[in-house]
Design a protein around this ligand. Structure first.
Ligand code: IPE
Ligand code: IPE
Ligand code: MG
Length: 249
């Protein structure tokens, strides 16, 4: 079987990244440093999301994907998990109308079956309401894991092609939770850790990786611009040589 890479096109050098994916990390440490409970960091983190979404809209970024809750985050103390769920509900209640007014399309991806019925219904309503918006697609990854995504896509792909054993990458990627979006151009992780933590494993194959020590609640428009500036210094070769790119072949 020949594997054909799905990431082939080289974007223009100074183009704004079309898709930015962020692991928003460091909320807890931000709070602890200020002798506050961890929850205070999560509350401030929601504000940072608002700022970041606006900044992405202003800069013409088309897709922003944020990791809000991983499939591994259930391992946290029950109190913190239930607070994160409540924050999610409140954010949906407060922000969806504003998002809609700003033509932002909201998507929530992950194994939503573990969330309670009320939250699932709110998500479905918000997605339906904003479905035709075109300025920015904001994807919130909730109870998301890259391995879960590859497994669920594999299950759907096999079910759609009974008796087949030979598949293409495109067949699988067409069933990934974010099949509606191009692969991320720029991956950002705040909070100082340099790992992927089971985020978009398949889709990050050729993303430019950017790590910053800034804790997520402190992440500002200027921080986003620093990340984009770093992105602009990279040469995205997708397997080619630098000389080939210079000749635009
Ligand atoms: C990221 O911040 C938010 C979530 C995982 C929900 P953390 O809560 O992981 O903050 P640190 O890493 O403990 O500082
Ligand atoms: C990754 O952050 C998940 C989210 C930001 C939602 P974590 O803080 O949970 O990551 P690890 O476990 O330290 O790698
Ligand atoms: Mg963390």
């Amino acid at each position: 079987m020949i594997f054909k890479s799905s990431t082939t096109a080289v974007p223009e050098v100074d183009a704004v990244p079309r898709h930015v994916a962020i692991i928003m990390d460091g909320n807890g440490r931000w709070a602890t440093k200020r002798l506050l409970p961890r929850v205070a960091g999560h509350v401030k983190g929601v504000e940072a999301v608002r700022v970041c979404v606006e900044a992405c809209v202003d800069r013409g970024i088309e897709y922003l994907t944020i990791f809000a809750f991983s499939s591994e985050n259930w391992r946290r103390p029950e109190e913190e998990v239930s607070l994160l769920m409540r924050l999610f509900v409140t954010a949906l209640e407060r922000e969806v109308a504003k998002m809609h007014a700003n033509s932002i399309r909201l998507k929530v991806v992950g194994d939503l079956s573990r969330f309670d019925a009320k939250l699932r219904e709110m998500i479905a309503n918000a997605e339906r309401r904003t479905a035709n918006n075109t300025r920015l697609t904001l994807t919130v990854c909730a109870n998301y894991g890259g391995r879960w995504d590859i497994m669920q896509a594999t299950g759907k792909m096999v079910a759609a092609n009974p008796g087949t054993v030979d598949f293409t990458e495109e067949q699988l990627s067409g069933h990934l939770a974010m099949a509606y979006a191009p692969e991320p151009d720029l991956f950002i992780r705040t909070g100082g850790e340099e790992r992927i933590s089971n985020f978009l494993l398949w889709q990050l194959a050729y993303a430019e990786l950017y790590f910053t020590d800034t804790f997520w609640p402190d992440f500002s428009c200027a921080s986003l611009d620093d990340a984009i500036a770093s992105y602009h210094k990279r040469e995205r070769r997708f397997g080619r040589t630098g000389a080939q790119l210079a000749k635009k072949t």
